[in-house]
Design a protein around this ligand. Structure first.
Ligand SMILES: Cc1ncc(COP(=O)(O)O)c(C=O)c1O
Length: 481
């Protein structure tokens, strides 16, 4: 196989070593017999050069935002400036012990406090807890707050969360985990909320509505004021899935649209690396009347002193100690780099880039939602469907050209969804190259459909059984047949 590199265990040679420790001046330590190994550790025996070459090769098998264009819709794969990493790994931050007295951690707590305040300002809400570890975790926290709010008012009949069918899969999953019953409502053709469908399900069992705006098809919910009025009138709360905040940064705020609760994906909107399950952070914010329920602890300040405070009516703590400290620091650096004045440039550029790609390709790809989009948009496969080339084939062929595929088959409202989100960080040259390659693939689909249907051809592995790869991954050397 062209791209096969041996595993480090396969290049192991008995007696070969990659270290050279002097035996002088090392005091002998007596290890109790019961703590000694019975069998030798199974470690590869390799030279330093073998190790360097091995890990360099392995690193090149990955694809990341630093490798190439990554237009994965709904994921906001933006560049993480190196200054974020540099500051987050300063020894004063990196070496903090979770049990250190707060007097000795004032710098970090100041960052927490300011980040909480900035997020509240950006989203138009009263306060934030940085506690949750990811977007979906933030959703769970927000839903627990909805539950606590209704319970405290002895209105525990409210056990239904309304979710549009265009929502991200984590929304119904979080609601179910939290013990709510989810009520799905059909969206309009552009993924926006169908007001009649909403009215039909609102009642005295409604705990709340979960929504992202712009929605997962990249369309701004124009009826948001009316939606907010209807939900509140029915006694429910309005939850904002802030994973798409990038599009509206500095332009409009969930709080001003009537949302009571939101989570923000710091690991998307405010850079900080993400993917592969973390590390992430999904701070949760609330309006004034829900303050007491925020997850513990919140960082407060008095006379220049920063400290943790717990609320008796809080839903409790969702993360231990300081949470994902390095993620908050990275997000804080990003926020500071833009400042209040330039924050809206982020959303504007993200929206401009998405519209540029959409308009440049709509003659070859089917555009189900016409007109202006926000930070992302959806194609419904190739315009010419006669060749049988599907969205999955196009996505696989893009890998051959060195691009990460867009999100495919989501949202579920179109059968050949291909969701593209370029983010604000890409240059016009990169966008033009991508547009060109998309056109090349569209042409290939006409001239040589088999080539596209059997792609990828140049990657380490060819087309996988994706369900099997996700559900039964082989992650152990010994299991490789
Ligand atoms: C709209 C939306 N909601 C929620 C999430 C969940 O966020 P996380 O992956 O951090 O749990 C995502 C993730 O991309 C998303 O796009």
């Amino acid at each position: 196989m062209k791209y096969y590199n041996k595993l480090i265990f396969e290049i192991s040679k008995e007696g070969r070593q990659g270290f050279n420790l002097t035996e002088k001046n090392i005091p002998e330590v007596k290890i109790p017999k019961e703590l000694l190994r019975v069998t030798p550790a199974e470690l590869p025996e390799v030279s330093e050069f073998d190790v360097v070459r091995h890990y360099t090769n392995v690193s090149q098998k990955n694809f990341g935002v630093e490798t190439g264009f990554y237009p994965l819709g709904s994921c906001t794969m933006k560049y993480n400036p190196k200054i974020n990493d540099e500051l987050a790994t300063l020894s004063g931050f990196a070496n903090i012990h979770p049990l250190q007295p707060v007097e000795t951690v004032q710098g970090l707590l100041k960052i927490y406090h300011e980040t909480q305040k900035i997020l509240a300002e950006i989203s138009g809400l009263a306060a934030y807890s940085l506690n949750p570890f990811a977007g979906a975790h933030g959703e769970l926290a927000g839903l627990m707050i909805i539950q606590a709010y209704h319970d405290k008012r002895h209105d525990s009949k409210r056990n239904k969360i309304i979710i549009p069918d265009s929502a991200h899969g984590t929304n119904p999953a979080s609601a179910t985990v939290c013990g709510f019953e989810t009520v799905e409502i059909k969206s309009n053709l552009d993924g926006t909320v169908n007001l009649e469908a909403l009215k039909a399900v609102l009642n005295d069992e409604t705990a709340g509505l979960m929504l992202t705006n712009p929605n997962t098809a990249g369309v701004f919910e124009k009826d948001i004021a009316e939606i907010s009025r209807l939900v509140h009138e029915a006694g429910g709360l309005l939850y904002y899935d802030g994973a798409n905040l990038n599009a509206i940064l500095g332009k409009t705020r969930p709080g001003d649209m009537g949302f009571d609760i939101t989570h923000i994906n710091l690991h998307k909107t405010f850079s900080t690396p993400h993917g592969g399950g973390g590390p992430g952070s999904g701070p949760v914010g609330v309006c004034e009347k829900l303050l007491e329920f925020l997850p513990n602890p919140i960082v407060k300040e008095k006379n220049g002193f920063y400290y943790f405070e717990d609320s008796a009516d809080s839903i409790g703590a969702l993360g231990l100690f300081y949470g994902n400290a390095s993620v908050y620091i990275r997000a804080y650096v990003y926020l500071m780099t833009f400042g209040n004045e330039s924050m809206s440039d982020i959303g504007l550029m993200a929206v401009l880039n998405a519209n540029y790609i959409k308009e440049s390709l709509k003659d070859v790809f089917e555009l189900p939602i016409k007109g202006h989009c926000m930070h992302e948009f959806v194609f419904d496969g190739l315009k010419d469907q006669s060749t049988g080339v599907k969205t999955l084939d196009v996505a696989k062929r893009l890998l051959d050209y060195g691009y990460h595929a867009p999100t495919v088959y989501f949202p579920l409202i179109f059968s050949q969804s291909m969701m593209i989100e370029p983010t604000e960080v890409e240059s016009k040259e990169t966008l033009d190259e991508f547009i060109n390659i998309m056109r090349v693939v569209a042409q290939e689909a006409k001239d040589n459909p088999e080539l596209v249907k059997t792609a990828p051809h140049n990657t380490i592995v060819r087309r996988l059984d994706e369900a099997k790869a996700a559900r039964q991954p082989i992650v152990k050397f010994r299991d490789i047949k």
